[in-house]
Design a protein around this ligand. Structure first.
Ligand code: ADP
Ligand code: MG
Length: 397
């Protein structure tokens, strides 16, 4: 049936004028002999009436914490509004479609409300809609659990919906439409002259997404990779070819020889340093993991250890340390910069180059770590923008 999934983000569906651009992308797919399944996010971004954050702001923090099921019921509404509105606008353009909730589209999840995982997709309804030559317009970010309660898939979850549907329906491609031309060498909001990455392999884009570039959700990439479905990131508002995400093949190697593919960052990190002067020193990491506090950039020395936690976990961390009589020092307001590129594997001197570049800019490096394809530098949040700009220029991205 030549199925493709086209997912449109919040900005893309935010106004009637923008939705015309969306419809043009759908029309183009039909013209090319493809059968599109459409997935939509909630209309607009923070501050707009039906955006997820606006809906969340209607609830008290303690209600949200204690009533996750009810919270999911509310925040699923943004996508429902978007779905029906999109269907309305498609009809205006002469295209028949059927708006569907996640549950109606057959998306079954576990009951981990607010951050549910998809466990099954009953695809029969979508197939019958396609057979009737209509377009399914599916509400992203949501499903239902086995008891029929509405669940949501976590922030950025509409991308996950697109990949899940693509995998279930054996789509030949998943297209993620957003407000930038594709995956860029850095967030264009930080580096306005960032360049488009025209092709990238799943592992690199996964690193990008996992380390802070919120352009595509890491779960969506993981699913596309597992099912080997090509994923494209494209701009709703331009005709740019966008970024193609695929497995690395030979042709890829020849055309993509850059040492560094791109740079991203994630903020709100807190650097923690603990000295070995307490009885639980050797158990601290397991105490943290059993209390679900994630840590990273871990460096363990004979007499002290250093790692970072998310700022949102600082209160819980502090409480745990007090309970265990552990003293620590912290630096609040750090940003973890990730310099990504499978091309740096086995290439000497990249870290040295980064250190020289940041020193030149008088940027204090608080910590580093590296893997085959990523180098991480922890800096103070105030230095984040300058560091990314300087590194971007330094590596000629
Ligand atoms: P949508 O609502 O369409 O899902 P998102 O806000 O989730 O859009 O993602 C798009 C945004 O991601 C862009 O506006 C851009 O500022 C940001 N972004 C961060 N890093 C990158 C990157 N490396 N390449 C492209 N966009 C990026
Ligand atoms: Mg998004």
């Amino acid at each position: 049936m030549n199925i493709i999934v086209q997912k449109f983000g919040g900005t893309s569906v935010s106004t009637a004028e923008n939705r015309i651009k969306v419809i043009n992308k759908i029309k183009n797919a039909i013209k090319n002999g493809e059968t599109p399944i459409v997935v939509v996010s909630a209309i607009g971004r923070k501050g707009m009436p039906y955006a997820t954050d606006t809906l969340l702001s209607l609830l008290d923090d303690n209600f949200k914490e204690d009533n996750k099921l009810a919270t999911d019921m509310l925040i699923s509404c943004g996508e429902l509004i978007s779905t029906v509105t999109m269907s309305n606008d498609l009809l205006r353009e002469g295209i028949e479609s059927i708006p569907l909730t996640g549950g109606q589209a057959g998306i079954i999840t576990n009951n981990n409300y607010n951050n549910a995982s998809v466990i099954n997709v009953h695809k029969e309804r979508i197939i019958s809609i396609l057979k009737a030559k209509k377009i399914p317009v599916i509400a992203g970010f949501q499903g239902i659990d086995e008891d029929g309660f509405i669940t949501t898939l976590g922030r950025g979850g509409s991308d996950t919906t697109a990949s899940i549907i693509g995998a279930a329906l054996n789509a030949k491609r998943i297209e993620i439409y957003t407000d930038v031309d594709g995956i860029m060498t850095a967030d264009p909001r930080i580096v306005p002259d960032a360049n488009l990455i025209d092709r990238i392999d799943y592992n690199e884009i996964f690193q990008f997404a996992e380390q802070g570039a919120k352009v595509v959700h890491p779960r969506a990439i993981e699913i596309a990779m597992r099912y080997n479905i090509p994923l494209m990131v494209k701009n709703t508002f331009t005709d740019c070819n966008g970024t193609m995400v695929k497995n690395k093949d030979k042709c890829f190697e020849v055309t993509n020889q850059k040492l560094i593919t791109g740079i991203t960052s994630s903020g709100d990190r807190v650097r923690i340093e603990i000295y070995k002067n307490n009885s639980v020193y050797n158990n601290i990491l397991s105490i943290l993991s059993s209390n679900l506090i994630n840590i990273d950039l871990i460096n363990i020395f004979p007499d002290h250890e250093v790692f970072t936690i998310a700022k949102k976990d600082l209160d819980a961390f502090d409480k745990l340390m007090k309970e265990n009589n552990v003293e620590y020092t912290n630096i609040i307001g750090c940003s973890k910069i990730s310099i990504i590129g499978t091309g740096m594997h086995d290439m000497p001197g990249v870290m040295a180059n980064i250190v020289i570049c940041l020193n030149r800019e008088n940027i204090n490096i608080l910590q580093t770590a590296d893997s085959n394809s990523t180098i991480w530098c922890l800096v103070e949040e105030k230095d984040n923008t300058n560091a990314i700009k300087a590194l971007h220029k330094n590596f000629n991205l």
